[in-house]
Design a protein around this ligand. Structure first.
Ligand code: NAG
Length: 275
């Protein structure tokens, strides 16, 4: 029994000398453990006090939490930086000259604008239809070129080491188009345009005319030209009626995301391997 008396430190003063003597036989580390208990209790009390203080004060005084990703608008997403997804791929040893590889890409934006109605925004989902599972938005887009209407086309170069882009334009035969021509322009826009606000009034500025492509009354015309296109860059063009010929234009076609839909008419890009 004597060996436990040292733990009741309050009673030490009233203990008999004999009892104090026996306390001196208690191993030193047992005394240390008892003081450790007081410290642990003190820390627990302190932590509890801090928890109580933070629980009742922080929610009322702190700034509102950061916006979740869901509150980004479509316009914010359009302007997001697009870093390379192909980290370290440039270190891979490749055959030189590069193997001739290519694939075609569909426009990310294909939308008419009207000079005669500067604020007119064309329907950007003209072929939508209701189905049992909801509204379907087929990627069927219209190219329309008249005397006042031109069409903006944008492409995003994709993949890695496919940085030569060949713009292809297939203009169908238009029997009434004697002498008319289509002008192709490069326009100053490096982000995907918002087709819900794109109108003549908000159109990107023309940078340079690439070509005048004559419309043939009897046969399709296939025009193509290559551009450098860094991965993830956006290439923007405008198709308009050429004013140089003095003939009026009335050209229209619909194209969808199947290449066969563009056998006779279409605007698309073929990306070629560069490394
Ligand atoms: C293209 O547009 C940007 C602003 O969007 C402007 O700073 C730049 O000067 C324009 N480039 C040309 C050649 O007009």
């Amino acid at each position: 029994m004597n060996s436990y008396s040292a733990l009741r430190t309050d009673d030490v003063d009233t203990e008999s000398v004999e009892s104090k003597d026996s306390a001196s036989h208690i191993p030193q580390d047992l005394k240390k453990r008892s003081s450790f208990g007081y410290w642990a209790l003190a820390i627990c009390v302190l932590c509890t006090a801090i928890n109580l203080v933070t629980t009742f004060t922080v929610p009322f005084s702190s700034t509102p939490p950061a916006k979740p990703m869901g509150s980004l608008t479509a316009n914010d997403v359009r302007l997001l930086r697009r870093p390379s997804q192909y980290i370290g791929l440039e270190k891979v040893v490749r055959p030189s000259p590069p193997e001739p590889k290519s694939f075609w890409i569909y426009p990310i934006v294909l939308a008419p604008i009207d000079n005669a109605d500067k604020s007119k925004v064309f329907d950007d989902d003209p072929k939508r239809y209701a189905s049992q599972i909801g509204t379907i938005t087929p990627e069927i887009r219209r190219v329309l070129v008249t005397d006042t209407v031109s069409t903006i086309a944008q492409f995003r170069a994709i993949d890695f080491g496919m940085e030569s882009c060949e713009l292809n334009i297939l203009i169908p035969a238009v029997s009434s188009a004697d002498g008319a021509a289509i002008s192709v322009y490069r326009v100053n826009e490096t982000y995907a345009l918002d087709t819900r606000t794109l109108s003549y009034g908000t159109r990107p500025q023309r940078l340079q005319k690439l070509s005048d492509i004559p419309i043939n009354p009897d046969d399709n015309v296939h025009w193509h030209r290559k551009f450098a296109c860094p991965s993830e860059s956006v290439l923007s063009f405008e198709l308009a009626c050429s004013t140089a010929t003095g003939h009026s234009c009335n050209l229209e076609w619909w194209q969808d995301k199947t290449q066969s839909s563009m056998d006779n008419s279409g605007i698309y890009i073929v990306q070629h391997a560069t490394i």
